[in-house]
Design a protein around this ligand. Structure first.
Ligand code: AMP
Ligand code: MG
Length: 418
């Protein structure tokens, strides 16, 4: 007969921070590959990228107006504008044929290279916009409205470092230095299996006692959001044999995640199956709510995350433990863990106080401050409480009430809302 699960030798409940450290200690960057820079968005850079020339190549104008000598317009005012002869017209992308000599100007458009002799650009707004002769109504300090050569990048500068996640700005810089092929981390594959005799798949008829498999799909979406590739293994029945077979079939992926079956129940077979397969347990049970029964194991070179079945526990433990692991596997070196900020909680919170509680909130920017609005229900089975949640307020062990208005540490798991 099956019986309740008990800790194996050396297994004890550990703190979230220790669990995160143990997870990251088990992860190395996977191999890399070269991709077109247009495919690099969302990947992690795995080489240093240098500027191959100065950007801008030469001093150029930041404004539409007239290239002038600052000394020529030093006495300009509304009442006594300075008159300059316009000797040339210079659109962006062309090079001036003439010099700017005393008493002259070249009409110049944003981006055009500064003509020799000129040291300042009188923007059109301080002139009469003349064509043959221009009147300038204000003096300017020498160098005004000029973008200096190399102001953006200098030849040889490392402009993007190994380990940098490639977002929009980084893709722009890759384009700017003509880095058309770029070395990035391979995307990890993540096998996802959902255990439970009560679990039915989307589209199946819901009969009493059955629960629709939502975890596989939320985990797959979280996996994609973290930059990895989900591999759906499907639903696994609560027997030792089925669990062993499913885990074995999942080991072709870089990481394996299961939901459910990892608690202390008589039909929780994930730990038995891992034992049978010779897995090395790195931890089981983390001092947190939701998500206490989380197991981390190493099995045949793969990292196995056994998450609890409750939809909220499942997502919260993914965000705290697996997303950082995926980032590191892709080659990211810094900012692996979700940031923790102080937010002002807008409604009072109650907690059991027996374990650290990660309570779901919406973090909003209001009057220059981060505030958090708690979700009305905080049950670990209430999947809708994760909808719109971008923060987890940390209520420590021993704290049973948090008054509205309190500043409280909050894990940010999504962009701050407005
Ligand atoms: P377990 O951790 O296996 O004890 O599962 C705890 C609870 O989580 C179950 O009673 C289900 O209600 C729920 N659950 C487990 N697996 C899933 C799943 N794949 N999708 C949605 N809910 C699930
Ligand atoms: Mg179960």
């Amino acid at each position: 007969m099956t019986t309740f699960q008990t800790p194996r030798a050396g297994e004890r409940m550990i703190a979230v921070e220790e669990a995160q450290e143990r997870v990251l200690a088990e992860v190395q960057a996977l191999d890399d590959e070269v991709v077109a820079f247009t495919e690099a968005h969302g990947r992690v850079l795995r080489e240093d990228v240098q500027a191959t020339y100065d950007v801008p190549q030469k001093d150029n104008t930041a404004m539409d107006g007239y290239a002038v000598r600052a000394e020529d317009i030093a006495e300009a005012s509304d009442g006594t504008p300075v008159l300059l002869k316009v000797v040339e017209d210079l659109p962006a992308g062309t090079v001036a044929a003439r010099h700017v000599e005393a008493g002259t100007a070249i009409r110049i458009m944003t981006g055009a290279l500064m003509p020799d002799g000129a040291d300042t650009v009188a923007h059109v707004e301080i002139t009469d916009a003349g064509s043959d002769v221009v009147r300038v109504f204000r003096p300017l300090r020498r160098g005004t409205n000029i973008r200096k050569r190399g102001e953006d990048m200098h030849l040889g500068d490392v402009v993007l470092r190994d380990g940098t996640p490639l977002h929009a700005a980084e893709v722009g810089v890759l384009a700017g230095v003509q880095k058309t092929s770029v070395r990035v981390g391979r995307r990890p594959t993540v096998a996802i299996l959902s255990t439970g005799d009560e679990i039915i798949d989307v589209g199946d008829t819901v009969t009493p006692g059955k629960v629709v498999n939502s975890n596989s799909y939320s985990l797959a979406a979280l996996t994609r959001e973290a930059g990895a590739i989900p591999r759906m293994i499907g639903i696994v029945r609560d027997t030792r044999e089925a669990t062993i077979a499913a885990i074995e079939s999942a080991l072709a992926s870089d990481f394996v995640i299961s939901s459910g079956g990892v608690s202390v129940g008589a039909y929780d077979f994930v730990k038995d199956a891992l034992d049978a397969l010779g897995a090395e347990t790195k931890f089981w049970q983390v001092a947190m709510k939701p998500g206490k029964p989380v197991v981390l194991s190493r099995l045949r070179g793969r990292l196995y995350f056994g998450l609890p079945g409750n939809p909220v526990s499942c997502m919260v433990s993914f965000l705290l433990f697996i997303a950082p692991a995926i980032r590191k596997a892709m080659g990211q070196k810094e900012n692996l863990l979700p940031p923790i900020v102080q937010t002002r909680v807008m409604a009072s919170l109650k907690s059991r106080g027996d374990r650290r509680n990660y309570m779901r909130v919406r973090v909003l920017a209001r009057d220059g401050e981060l505030v958090s609005e708690p979700m009305t229900s905080q049950g670990s089975g209430v999947s809708t409480s994760m909808v719109q949640a971008n923060g987890l307020v940390i209520v420590e062990t021993g704290v049973t009430v948090v008054e509205a208005g309190t500043l409280i540490p909050t894990v940010l798991v999504g962009p701050v809302q407005s």
